[in-house]
Design a protein around this ligand. Structure first.
Ligand SMILES: *[C@@H]1O[C@H](CO)[C@@H](O)[C@H](O)[C@H]1NC(C)=O
Ligand SMILES: *[C@@H]1O[C@H](CO)[C@@H](O)[C@H](O)[C@H]1NC(C)=O
Ligand SMILES: *[C@@H]1O[C@H](CO)[C@@H](O)[C@H](O)[C@H]1NC(C)=O
Ligand SMILES: *[C@@H]1O[C@H](CO)[C@@H](O)[C@H](O)[C@H]1NC(C)=O
Length: 343
């Protein structure tokens, strides 16, 4: 699910911008790390919808309070939006095209959050009609999901506008499958302007949430590399537990398994401990040990005493992701309902 992501540099700025415990005073840090994107700004809605960020957080508290699995789901949602045609809410659009839109593509299998983004959008339409884009709501919701799982709280840039095109084909092409090796992962990321560090840091998103057996059971438990059998790099005791959850030979087993068995709803370093101890879920997680740079990062985070460095890196990486191919200014549109019909 959520899957892989990426990033580099400017730790010092990120550390300053990173985790502040509350919403207090978002104006205190107005410049985020990396290269700024014209048209995006922290506090973009300060004049036009000053309560926007508070309203999103209030809805997210309600959503996660109702069902905590929706937090990680909304983080995955941002990944699926941003990697495909940029952060433009094209994942929400409903296509009349027979081949479908992004939401109909195979990588969107099990994606949740459509109704929740629409719920938040409806609140914002009440408060500030036709002002806050669906694309920004997706980015803010993911930010709050991380915070509500005890992860870093960071400033987000806003000012994105919504796209009008959605093609299943793009989602099929641009989202790395969970069976990807590290060379493929780095390629998927680099096409979007993301580096190895963004990859290894954003992969840390797998510290929260669940995945269905269909996304890993064949690769790791039953048919490793196309041969009957288990991935030899998977811890044997852990594999035995997974086999109890995931039935053999069931290609579309929808049973859900925690991605980080140590602390599935706490945003922390335990994902990296899972990877080094051969108890990560996807081939694409295990693959981070096959590249010297991503491996060094995984090993350092697995033994780190504090999550501070990871959190600072995460803010940089997710900020990079939030800048992919954005529509700003007069491009795109602000619509009333995110799941508009197109084509
Ligand atoms: C329908 O989808 C196909 C493949 O994704 C694409 O080539 C075609 O242009 C789309 N048609 C419209 C009207 O968008
Ligand atoms: C195992 O993988 C191979 C190669 O991808 C495939 O041909 C075969 O059908 C798979 N077997 C099972 C039981 O899924
Ligand atoms: C993980 O698997 C590798 C082989 O793939 C092995 O060398 C290593 O010792 C294992 N690590 C642990 C903690 O079991
Ligand atoms: C599993 O996949 C098969 C073939 O793709 C399909 O016929 C079947 O309905 C699916 N089962 C479930 C539970 O989705």
């Amino acid at each position: 699910m959520a899957l892989r992501l990426l990033q580099l540099v400017v730790l010092v700025v990120a550390a300053a911008a990173g985790f502040r415990p509350g919403l207090a005073n978002p104006a205190a840090v107005s410049v985020l790390p990396g290269l700024p994107v014209a048209g995006l700004a922290v506090g973009f809605y300060k004049e036009t919808c000053p309560q926007a960020e508070e309203l999103v957080l209030a809805e997210m508290r309600d959503i996660v309070g109702r069902d905590r699995t929706l937090g990680p789901a909304l983080l995955r949602f941002m990944f699926h939006d941003c990697l495909v045609r940029g952060c433009d809410a094209s994942i929400m659009l409903v296509s009349k095209n027979a081949t479908g839109g992004e939401r109909n593509a195979i990588p969107s299998y099990g994606l949740r959050g459509f109704d929740e983004i629409e719920q938040i959008k409806a609140k914002l339409e009440e408060a500030c009609p036709l002002t806050v884009s669906c694309a920004d709501i997706i980015v803010m919701a993911a930010r709050d999901a991380i915070y509500l799982c005890d992860g870093p709280r960071y400033d987000v840039e806003t000012g994105r506008r919504d796209g009008k095109v959605t093609l299943a084909f793009d989602a099929d092409n641009d989202l790395p499958p969970p069976s990807s090796n590290v060379v493929d992962l780095k390629t998927y990321f680099s096409v979007k302007g993301l580096g190895w560090k963004d990859l290894v840091v954003l992969s840390g998103s797998h510290t929260i949430g669940r995945a269905s057996c269909s996304t890993f059971a064949s690769d790791r438990l039953y048919n490793y590399s196309g041969h009957a059998g288990q991935d030899p790099s998977l811890d044997k005791a852990y594999a035995a537990r997974l086999r109890q959850a995931c039935e053999a030979g069931l290609a579309n087993d929808t049973t859900l398994v925690d991605m980080d068995p140590i602390s599935p709803y706490t945003f922390d370093l335990s994902y990296y401990r899972d990877v080094v101890s051969n108890t990560s879920l996807f081939l694409s997680d295990q693959a981070l040990l096959d590249d010297r740079w991503t491996r060094a990062y995984v090993e350092r985070m697995a033994t780190a005493e504090s999550p501070d460095e990871f959190f600072a890196d995460y803010v940089v990486a997710i900020t990079n992701m939030a800048r992919i191919e954005v529509l700003t200014g007069d491009n795109g549109e602000i619509r009333k309902v995110c799941a508009a019909h197109v084509d």
